[in-house]
Design a binder for this molecule. Structure first.
Ligand SMILES: *[C@@H]1O[C@H](CO)[C@@H](O)[C@H](O)[C@H]1NC(C)=O
Ligand SMILES: *[C@@H]1O[C@H](CO)[C@@H](O)[C@H](O)[C@H]1NC(C)=O
Ligand SMILES: *[C@@H]1O[C@H](CO)[C@@H](O)[C@H](O)[C@H]1NC(C)=O
Ligand SMILES: *[C@@H]1O[C@H](CO)[C@@H](O)[C@H](O)[C@H]1NC(C)=O
Ligand SMILES: *[C@@H]1O[C@H](CO)[C@@H](O)[C@H](O)[C@H]1NC(C)=O
Ligand SMILES: *[C@@H]1O[C@H](CO)[C@@H](O)[C@H](O)[C@H]1NC(C)=O
Ligand SMILES: *[C@@H]1O[C@H](CO)[C@@H](O)[C@H](O)[C@H]1NC(C)=O
Ligand SMILES: *[C@@H]1O[C@H](CO)[C@@H](O)[C@H](O)[C@H]1NC(C)=O
Ligand SMILES: *[C@@H]1O[C@H](CO)[C@@H](O)[C@H](O)[C@H]1NC(C)=O
Ligand SMILES: *[C@@H]1O[C@H](CO)[C@@H](O)[C@H](O)[C@H]1NC(C)=O
Ligand SMILES: *[C@@H]1O[C@H](CO)[C@@H](O)[C@H](O)[C@H]1NC(C)=O
Ligand SMILES: *[C@@H]1O[C@H](CO)[C@@H](O)[C@H](O)[C@H]1NC(C)=O
Length: 486
């Protein structure tokens, strides 16, 4: 199978070389790509690139980018690996991408992806080279692929500019989707630009309808980067800005490592969560800087084994678990750690939010070594989360238990209490532990008292401000069998 493919490729290649030689007598390079595409659509400029070999010696995924200016034409050195198991590079320009920021490069990128995905090299790099801006429409990149896939964005990858230029026949809910892929890395020294401004101007949030009703808002703004039902994913070193909606959404994924990324959107851009995960486990989010108009990181239902370390958030709405239990749903979240991070100029610090009427639980959550700088609600559990102000209290709730807060220091915005534990009447929060908490007003010396409602837990050390409202021990009537444990 492999052999026959190769013989075919070799024959094809020989044929192409022969043709090529007539046009470029001095340009002979050995190259094994299946580069036959684009010969028909554009026999001039792309011809030029189709048979040039992979640019520069093949880098391993995650190699350091050198800071050289981009060379417009790939160098002639062949891929460093002679064998088929090595790294193969698929430069989107080879597939007809123009990269002028205006031309539609969707087909080229998709084709590069599809070919790379089918390649039997161990690592297949789809390259968006530096110095170019590739405008790409909403696309689903589908796996599984033969080898590991690296999407290397050294240039700029940009979305169509707002709803008017979003093709009517493509999804408005998502821009770039990676689906059913095992072992993929999204990396590079470039940028991804969601061009969200015109989307943010739409009425996205719930708003007043006729007769005092609340309308959800017609806004179906796209998530910029969605990973769906995929595994062994890494996202590294990129700048992502101005998503129409969430910047990243990982849904139904396993083993996700996000490292050294920079996300920026304006503080007032609606729903622009930095990284949202849902039904995803074994997640590491490290060394990243996020400023946006909604949650910095949001953790939805079905997430467990999540480690968040060295993140700087702000302005933002902080790091959130939830909202959970919407529409009486069951939610399970456990074993989440957030550590060694900074949250500044944000509406919330570390937050757990659940709706009335849900079920399931949030448990084993640790927030440790977190610096707060002018945060409105540095520490908050809100079991009465409600967007419309029309929610009614219900007997069912998502249980919140075994939540540890330690070494959380800094300043809070005095308009709100620095700590708020608002737990449901019927399902109290249990085993909240606080140690080394020091939260001072950002301005003045008015100290707001912490707020607790039906919250059980203990202080391991004294806190600033002092917390006297936690109820020690366990609730007398622990919600028992009817409680839908995860
Ligand atoms: C390819 O080039 C030839 C000669 O320059 C030209 O006649 C032909 O129309 C071109 N084909 C395409 C698809 O551009
Ligand atoms: C082919 O490329 C050359 C050089 O870039 C350019 O001058 C010429 O107009 C192109 N021809 C076509 C048909 O695109
Ligand atoms: C070949 O590609 C290089 C780099 O993209 C470009 O500068 C040059 O004009 C191209 N030549 C033709 C004939 O298209
Ligand atoms: C290369 O691939 C072949 C078969 O696909 C495999 O037997 C061999 O171990 C691989 N070599 C390396 C270095 O991965
Ligand atoms: C999509 O459809 C609307 C109305 O049907 C139209 O105004 C708009 O121009 C279309 N967008 C594109 C990109 O074709
Ligand atoms: C959308 O329509 C355009 C123009 O008809 C077509 O080229 C494109 O392939 C379509 N895209 C999808 C995702 O159907
Ligand atoms: C609003 O209320 C009025 C009077 O109760 C009713 O006639 C009308 O149909 C309602 N409109 C809507 C959109 O429900
Ligand atoms: C992904 O594939 C590469 C190349 O085969 C391999 O080195 C790496 O261990 C794989 N990563 C994961 C997480 O499976
Ligand atoms: C934390 O993340 C920042 C931003 O990526 C990075 O510059 C810094 O080196 C990281 N610190 C540690 C201790 O890794
Ligand atoms: C909790 O999650 C971490 C990863 O963040 C993992 O290493 C650890 O094994 C998990 N603990 C349990 C008890 O599953
Ligand atoms: C729900 O219960 C809480 C706590 O008992 C109470 O403060 C709040 O007013 C109630 N909300 C509604 C809508 O009844
Ligand atoms: C309370 O939660 C901590 C983790 O925050 C856990 O280690 C401890 O076992 C829990 N205590 C009980 C009684 O469940």
């Amino acid at each position: 199978m492999r052999h026959s493919t190769h013989i075919l490729l070799a024959l094809f290649f020989a044929l192409i070389l022969a043709t090529q030689a007539r046009h470029h007598p001095h340009h002979h390079t050995k190259h094994k790509h299946s580069s036959s595409h684009s010969t028909d659509d554009n026999n001039n400029s792309s011809n030029n690139q189709s048979y040039s070999p992979s640019p520069s010696p093949a880098p391993a995924p995650g190699y350091d980018d050198n800071e050289e200016a981009p060379s417009p034409s790939p160098s002639s050195s062949p891929s460093s690996n002679g064998d088929d198991n090595g790294t193969e590079i698929f430069d989107v320009r080879t597939f007809g991408a123009i990269g002028d920021g205006v031309s539609d490069d969707t087909k080229a990128l998709k084709m590069a992806w599809d070919i790379a995905c089918q390649s039997d090299s161990a690592v297949n790099v789809v390259l968006l080279p530096r110095g170019f801006s590739f405008m790409v429409q909403s696309t689903i990149f589908t796996g599984p692929c033969q080898g590991a896939l690296v999407l290397k964005v050294d240039g700029t990858l940009m979305a169509p500019n707002g709803p008017e230029s979003w093709p009517n026949n493509t999804s408005r809910r998502q821009w770039l989707v990676f689906y059913r892929i095992n072992n993929m890395s999204l990396q590079g020294s470039g940028a991804i630009d969601g061009r969200g401004q015109n989307w943010w101007d739409l009425p996205c949030k719930p708003h007043k309808g006729p007769n005092g009703t609340t309308l959800p808002g017609p806004c179906d703004s796209p998530v910029a980067l969605r990973f769906f039902m995929s595994s062994n994913l890494s996202v590294q070193g990129l700048r992502i800005k101005n998503s129409p909606q969430f910047h990243f959404r990982f849904d139904g994924c396993k083993s996700v490592h996000v490292d050294s990324i920079f996300i920026t959107s304006p503080a007032l851009s609606p729903n622009t969560d930095g990284i949202h995960i849902e039904n995803t486990n074994d997640v590491r989010i490290y060394n990243s800087v996020i400023s946006n108009g909604d949650d910095c990181v949001s953790i939805g239902t079905g997430c467990y084994d999540v480690d968040i370390k060295n993140i700087t958030c702000g302005p933002s709405h902080g790091i959130s678990i939830g909202s959970l239990g919407n529409h009486n749903s069951r939610a399970c979240v456990s074993n989440i750690t957030v550590r060694d991070s900074t949250i500044k100029a944000s509406d919330n610090g570390v937050r757990i939010k659940t709706w009335q009427g849900g079920s399931g639980s949030v448990s084993r959550v640790t927030f440790t070594n977190i610096h707060m700088d002018t945060v409105r609600n540095p520490i908050i559990i809100d079991q009465f989360y409600c967007l419309s102000k029309e929610c009614t209290n219900q007997t069912s709730a998502v249980l919140v238990s075994d939540i540890a807060y330690s070494n959380i220091k800094g300043t809070y915005d005095i308009r709100h209490p620095p700590m708020r534990f608002a737990c449901s009447d019927s399902v109290p929060c249990t085993n909240l532990t606080l140690s080394d908490i020091e939260l001072l007003p950002a301005q003045g010396d008015i100290v707001n008292d912490p707020f607790c409602w039906n919250a059980y837990g203990n202080l391991v050390t004294l806190t600033i401000p002092p917390v006297s409202c936690l109820i020690e021990g366990l609730p007398q009537s622990l919600p028992g069998n009817d409680l839908d444990r995860c």
